[in-house]
Design a protein around this ligand. Structure first.
Ligand code: ZN
Length: 289
């Protein structure tokens, strides 16, 4: 079916007041909607059992997220799953939790949110989250939900973008939310300070690819909705850059020398323009090997 995009223009105060924040949503299937704003991509499931949201962006836009969900389908959000702990995927937890939503995530997400985290790759310190923001249901390996007339397979992929990444697979809809294991069209962050590794990213992408066909719609953590072919290109980029940086590192080259050798050159035109610069990505790969 055709994708229908709706742009909702909203103005918020606080952190993002200097810019008008725009949340938009795209109907992915009759009952699944991707919502985009200032943080990670969200996915809303609606149906006879109620509303279920994957990720909830940054704290300052929680009200706007709620308004956008309401514009799609009125009613309380029963569950939110966080694909990982980063603040642009869990920022709305406290607000929604106080409104009665149950928050769900891998055990490591709750553990990380209970303490201060330092993300070396971005030189960013994140303070511990308030109690209300902590996921109230956690799991370690996988869960199968039977909600809104379909099986939803939620499984952990270890040490990829972080150590607590979940993949959320809506099986009969043939839609997969990959969280930040997949950045579509921009170089990905591998948060090696949170247990992320290049090897784990590659392994996780391969695992997801097994469950895809030419019709699968893939929701990346950041970037537009993708197909299996987009994910294959992403995998090729990760493998090739990973191999190049690994062999130079093994040969004793310094990070500065590796940057100088421009191992991402072939990919920079597509992946290096929107967020992380080629040099920044090389440094991340170097540290995440
Ligand atoms: Zn992230």
């Amino acid at each position: 079916m055709r994708l229908i995009s709706v742009l909702v223009c909203l103005t918020v105060s606080s952190l993002w007041a200097q810019n008008e924040v725009r949340l938009s949503y795209t109907q992915v299937t009759p009952n699944l909607f991707m919502i985009e704003g200032v943080g990670g991509n969200m996915l809303l499931s609606r149906g006879k059992d109620g509303l279920f949201l994957v990720d909830d962006q940054v704290a300052s836009v929680s009200e706007k997220v709620a308004e956008t969900v309401k514009a799609i389908e009125p009613g309380p959000i029963k569950f939110i799953i966080n694909t990982h702990w980063h603040h642009d995927h869990t920022g709305g937890n406290a607000v929604f939790r106080n409104g009665g939503t149950l928050t769900v995530a891998h055990r490591k997400v709750r553990e990380r949110m209970q303490k201060e985290n330092f993300t070396h790759a971005l030189n960013r310190k994140t303070p511990p989250s308030p109690e209300a923001a902590l996921p109230v249901i956690t799991f370690t390996r996988e869960m199968r939900w039977y909600f809104n007339d379909e099986e939803i397979h939620i499984y952990h992929v270890g040490n990829a973008h972080t150590d607590g990444d979940s993949i959320v697979w809506f099986k009969s809809s043939n839609v997969i939310h990959m969280g930040d294991v997949f950045f579509n069209g921009l170089y990905p962050l591998i948060d090696y300070s949170s247990g992320g590794t290049m090897r784990g990213m590659i392994k996780a992408v391969k695992r997801v690819l097994k469950d895809t066909d030419s019709e699968t719609k893939i929701i990346p953590g950041h970037g537009p909705i993708a197909t299996k072919w987009d994910l294959i290109q992403y995998l090729e980029m990760l493998e090739e850059v990973g191999q190049k940086v690994r062999s130079m590192k093994k040969a004793g080259k310094t990070l500065a020398e590796i940057k100088e050798a421009a191992p991402t050159k072939k990919w920079d035109e597509i992946w290096g323009k929107k967020w992380l610069k080629p040099d920044e990505f090389v440094a991340i790969v170097y540290n995440a090997l």
